[in-house]
Ligand binder design. Sequence first.
Ligand SMILES: [Mg+2]
Length: 105
Amino acid sequence: MNKRDRKIFASAIGVFGSDEQTRVAQEECAELIKALSKYHRVITYQSNDKRKVQRCLNNIREEMVDVSIMLDQLQLIFDFTKAELDEAREMKVRRLEERLPLEEE
Ligand SMILES: [Mg+2]
């Protein structure tokens, strides 16, 4: 997160409190889950309605952004460093890579 975002997020946590912002994070995660569920329902039963599919994609993008904003705030609330998160992410990506079939040369 950049300096400006960090300042704004820290201010939001200061104004609304850590408890409230962790609840907002839960809500935003739920909204992304709902957006993904709806997308699956629409592409399963209404895939020919391109406007509806596009609305679902727009909604997924918006909820992904909301979640990413709340992830940044959770980082501040729980005082996780970027290095800690990067290290944990690298480990998870490596684990995922190991589960994939080996690439053919
Ligand atoms: Mg949202």
